[in-house]
Design a protein. Structure first.
Length: 640
């Protein structure tokens, strides 16, 4: 009964989406306030019914209702309750329902928190979001219904959740990622609403900025947690593989980063308006492209949903309508968009423009590397591989000028500045960055590797310039907008990420060993002793744990447990790596297979500064969330 109610709620939400996409449009055309005023109420109704539908699905998982096909294929009666909740969005169908919860939730937030906007502007934004919802609800009802039944015959137990997804990271990662993906639809809706109204002054940019910052912050957290999950769960010790699905989330993040900076220029200087609108369209379009890649079956990835290709066709049609329609509107209206802000070559606007160009170039590199192998194969030219070396090399070329501009930009004035004011701080920061980096690497590692040196220099360059800028502005700190603090967080977080990438990629060491119980092995000054092997039993798995003592200079550092788990229902064996984590280094032990002579294969890693990647990602996201506390975006009085 409960699943049927959830299914019925989806139909109601779809109907309300249709009404939201039609009635406000008629009201705006006829200047009918009664019709336009329906938009916020319809948005609230869509969210409540969608949330109710998702609650029904979660209830079906928690109560082991195997009459629901989704539950039967993705859960099991022995699965812990928290993984049953995660299983509700661990499938293609369930994940799309979670997507709709997020989509309707963002729309509900706009209806609730944007009362200061002019009523016609808010109506257009909600109407655009309603158009998007119509396509999404039609898709889930027609091609991806999470409440499809197994009746009249149903199994006595389920097939269990994919063991890869039975991890705390996968409880947190998808909701955060979807919040970011879907949140970009609000930026898109602001841009389309502005194009429809023809009113593209700085006002729309100002009120779009906090929504974009929130979506970008959630997307940053989602990518960060996803990287940590891949590192801790897949057992290979890596944090990024340039997997097509990883790239699918990275591309909208790059464009959203450019959009945030462009919105700041549009708001403060009334410039870049046409470019800002284009970036808002591009960011959400890339989110939809990522959805297509993950759910169409065109790629193979541990992150992708195995799916009927017909679903991919449906998403492709939706993608073409959204992107094609928005770009058509943009092409018609772009000529009328006038940016009145003028600036010289040496100005903060120029610096931000340069960084925008580099971010878009990085996005094109990722897009090319992701799609070219797929296109090459589909048109019958054979299989090609574009892997890690291509992406790494191209990003080195792009990250150097990006970091240099990022460090300098906050010191340069809007509109125009003089280069002589930068000579002394730039020279001091450069010399300090080079000297401190060389000394640090040589003293800690005994050798200086170029790419590690480059990463640390760039990280210190950004950090030192940020400190210098804070030293200059601290006296007027109380007068600065809180978004200035957000900028500092974002830049410091990125410095951590860049330095961490350089250090861990160049100085990480690993060793494959064959060990019996009692054997020892050495790596990077650490001694690993295979103390014992013990049986482990979980709620839905069984296996073995290798007890490994880690010592350094005859002193015990930690005892870790590297597991090999077997999931009987899925007939799948999984590796659970043992990690002794720290601010300066991780020690990572992965248990392999038992060999014919009864010994075990183990892989040992020592990974310096790998935690800086995720610390930096969290600090960057914090900057986005801090922006939301800026009083300029929380004024209650209505805009004229």
């Amino acid at each position: 009964m409960i699943p049927e109610l959830g299914n019925f709620a989806l139909y109601i939400a779809f109907t309300l989406s249709l009404l939201l996409s039609i009635f406000p449009a008629i009201g705006l055309r006829q200047n009918n306030i009664r019709l336009t005023s329906l938009a916020p109420n319809l948005s609230v109704g869509i969210f409540l019914f969608t949330l109710f539908a998702f609650g029904c699905l979660v209830y079906a998982f928690l109560t082991d209702d195997f009459t629901v096909l989704n539950v039967a294929q993705n859960s099991n009666s022995d699965l812990p309750y928290y993984y049953k909740i995660a299983a509700s969005f661990g499938s293609h169908e369930g994940s799309f329902l979670l997507w709709l919860v997020m989509q309707s939730g963002w729309m509900f937030a706009v209806a609730l928190l944007s009362k200061a906007l002019p009523s016609d502007m808010r109506t257009r934004i909600l109407m655009v979001l309603g158009w998007i919802c119509v396509g999404f609800y039609a898709y889930i009802i027609i091609a991806s219904n999470p409440f499809e039944t197994t009746l009249p015959f149903y199994p006595v137990d389920g097939k269990d959740l994919n063991p890869l997804l039975q991890d705390i990271g996968m409880i947190i990662h998808p909701p955060l990622l979807y919040m970011g993906y879907v949140g970009l639809s609000v930026s898109f809706a602001f841009a389309i609403a502005a194009l429809l109204s023809g009113n593209l002054d700085s006002t729309w940019a100002k009120w779009s900025r906090p929504w974009t910052a929130a979506a970008w912050a959630f997307l940053t957290l989602g990518i960060t947690i996803g990287s940590w999950w891949a590192y801790s769960e897949l057992g290979w010790g890596g944090w990024w593989f340039w997997d097509p699905v990883e790239n699918a989330s990275f591309m909208p993040w790059l464009i959203a980063t450019a959009l945030l900076h462009s919105l700041a220029v549009s708001e403060k200087r009334n410039a870049f308006k046409s470019w800002t609108v284009f970036l808002a369209i591009a960011a959400f379009s890339l989110s939809l492209l990522g959805t297509f890649l993950v759910r169409s079956g065109v790629i193979v990835s541990v992150h992708a949903f195995a799916s009927d290709p017909s679903r991919g066709v449906f998403i492709l049609i939706l993608l073409a309508l959204v992107i094609g329609g928005s770009l058509l509107l943009y092409s018609v209206r772009a000529g009328a968009i006038k940016s009145v802000g003028k600036f010289s070559t040496l100005s903060r606007e120029s610096m931000l423009w340069g960084n925008n160009v580099l971010l878009v170039a990085a996005t094109l590199v990722v897009l090319l590397g992701t799609l070219l192998p797929l296109v090459h194969k589909e048109i019958g030219l054979g299989t090609i591989s574009i892997g890690e070396p291509f992406f790494n090399q191209m990003f080195v070329y792009l990250i150097v000028p990006f970091a240099l501009l990022l460090g300098v930009a906050p010191l340069i004035r809007w509109k125009q500045d003089k280069i002589k004011s930068l000579y002394v701080p730039a020279l001091i920061c450069l010399l300090l960055s080079i000297g401190l980096s060389f000394s640090w690497l040589f003293l800690e590692f005994g050798e200086v590797k170029f790419f590690a040196f480059l990463g640390v220099v760039l990280g210190l360059w950004i950090t030192l310039f940020t400190i210098h800028e804070m030293r200059i502005t601290w006296r007027k700190l109380a007068k600065l907008p809180i978004s200035h603090v957000a900028m500092v967080c974002g830049h410091i977080g990125l410095a951590f990420v860049i330095a961490g990438i350089g250090l861990t990629s160049q100085y990480s060491v690993e060793r494959d060993v064959k060990m019996f119980t009692g054997d020892t092995a050495d790596l990077a000054g650490y001694n690993f002793k295979f103390d014992s092997l013990k049986k482990v039993d979980g709620p839905n798995y069984e296996g073995w744990a290798a007890v490994i003592s880690i010592n350094k200079q005859q002193r015990n550092v930690e005892t870790v447990y590297a597991e090999k788990r077997f999931y009987p229902v899925q007939r799948t064996t999984m590796t659970e790596a043992a990690i002794d984590d720290g601010f300066f280094r991780d020690i990572y032990v992965s248990l392999g297979e038992q060999l014919p002579d009864r010994s075990w294969g183990l892989r040992l890693y020592v990974k310096p500064y790998v935690r800086w990647l995720w610390i930096g990602g969290i600090v960057i996201a914090l900057g986005g969330f801090i922006t939301l506390f800026d009083k300029r975006y929380r004024r209650n009085k209505r805009m004229s």
